[in-house]
Design a protein around this ligand. Sequence first.
Ligand code: NAG
Ligand code: NAG
Ligand code: NAG
Ligand code: NAG
Ligand code: NAG
Ligand code: NAG
Length: 467
Amino acid sequence: MEKIFLVSLLVLLVSASAHGIAENIYDDIAMLGELEDLKLEEENEIQEKVFEIPGWTSERGGKTLFNVDSFGAIGDGIADDTQAFVSAWDKACLTTKSVFLVPAGGRYLVNATRFRGPCADRLIIQIDGTIVAPGEPNNWDPNNPRTWLQFSKLNAVIFQGSGVIDGSGSKWWDASCKRNKSNPCRGAPTALTIDSSSAVRVKDLTIQNSQQMHFVISHSDSVRVSNVLVSAPGTSPNTDGIHITGSTNVVLQDCKIGTGDDCISIVNASSAIRMKKIYCGPGHGISIGSLGKDNSIGIVTKVVLDTALLRQTTNGLRIKTWQGGSGYVRSVRFENVRMDEVENPIIIDQFYCDSPKACKNQTSAVEISQIMYRNISGTTTSQKAMKFACSDTVPCNRIVLSNINLERKDGTVETYCNSATGFGIGNVQPSADCLNSSNKDTHSDHDQTKDAHLIKFSREEIIHTEL
Ligand SMILES: *[C@@H]1O[C@H](CO)[C@@H](O)[C@H](O)[C@H]1NC(C)=O
Ligand SMILES: *[C@@H]1O[C@H](CO)[C@@H](O)[C@H](O)[C@H]1NC(C)=O
Ligand SMILES: *[C@@H]1O[C@H](CO)[C@@H](O)[C@H](O)[C@H]1NC(C)=O
Ligand SMILES: *[C@@H]1O[C@H](CO)[C@@H](O)[C@H](O)[C@H]1NC(C)=O
Ligand SMILES: *[C@@H]1O[C@H](CO)[C@@H](O)[C@H](O)[C@H]1NC(C)=O
Ligand SMILES: *[C@@H]1O[C@H](CO)[C@@H](O)[C@H](O)[C@H]1NC(C)=O
């Protein structure tokens, strides 16, 4: 199957390059090879990287338990349990094979707290109860304006449990300038942050109603998140689900995310990010970016999304960059994605402007190339089911579309291109012909008969290739 796909692409590339569509066929073949190689790491590989502990209840290994209740936590949702958490953490962190336990049944009110490592080996953070944030923005700790529960400098730890991390965000949402223009635009805390850490496993937790972003993975390596549920109302402003920044080798698997902003956002200095079996909705979709704000450098490479369902989201698969930025987004593959009533199922937006003031067009931009969309189908609510809105001065290139089928209940759909090149293979609906010209003049009809002939020729080659 995979082989046939590659061979058929090669055939298309040969025909395309023969009349100057692809500038350098060897580069393109290498690029497709690279995209094919972007495989999800097997469950076991990462598990091994973290360490082989099935769960803290297992008798093996003689773990020491640090239950927050034993450190004075009340867990009634009213008493301030911050100090109990800090004391339990300090002890757990110093002890080898320990379990920091938030027991089931309790509702623990905890202020903004930094849980710092490094810790002794084999720490498990077991959250079975509910941790809630104080809900009043006016009383928030001014020393931690952007974080609530922040974990940093950890190596080889597991966060797990059937518990809930609840940001009590409703008053923060009301105070947002997105909700009420007369409010000042201020940042709000992220519910859970894992920063400057490596070999981290996060599983089974629920993170909900965050003040702003729900779960940030920053400056970390080898992080695997599975079976995590993220939930907030579709109307809550800037409540991204999982946000990845400055991180490498991150796997998100079997996650269900519904929020008022991006379900997943991947930003600067992130590479080797794999997402598998993701449910998204409501929300703004799965995004790379935004990148390049305030003329900054943005670099994101090697991202794979395999198997996702997006339901009633504003965007599906999105890459968003600001005018005036620099850097690049390269080697991205989105595949096996089902869309249900998504406004912009496939979108590259190099004119992103999330600001009260209009943004000017600039000559510099974050360069976008080697982006593959494969087996993407479902329904859209807008006419422009695919949008490739790229910078006039820094075009998007090597966009590959394969087996795309996007439809609208009442109306036709089309593809919009500005300064984007690439090609389609197999069934691509709506047609992406506007990609194959090398400039924004999408309707020039030069060499059309020759093109048609070459395409027909290559289709026959594909059919006759037996592998
Ligand atoms: C938690 O925050 C409240 C409100 O700012 C404050 O009164 C209380 O002292 C804080 N608790 C701790 C343990 O710092
Ligand atoms: C918007 O915020 C202002 C000032 O905080 C407040 O007076 C006003 O009632 C708010 N408007 C709405 C619609 O909530
Ligand atoms: C993006 O990451 C690069 C390093 O990879 C750094 O030089 C640059 O300053 C970062 N950009 C922003 C906006 O932080
Ligand atoms: C295409 O994607 C859909 C939705 O994820 C999936 O059910 C289907 O098996 C995929 N088809 C192929 C040929 O992989
Ligand atoms: C920026 O350029 C794009 C593409 O040429 C164009 O559609 C858009 O109107 C321009 N925006 C501004 C603010 O000039
Ligand atoms: C390229 O564009 C032309 C004209 O829009 C179209 O007829 C042709 O099928 C396109 N070729 C490919 C490979 O998409």
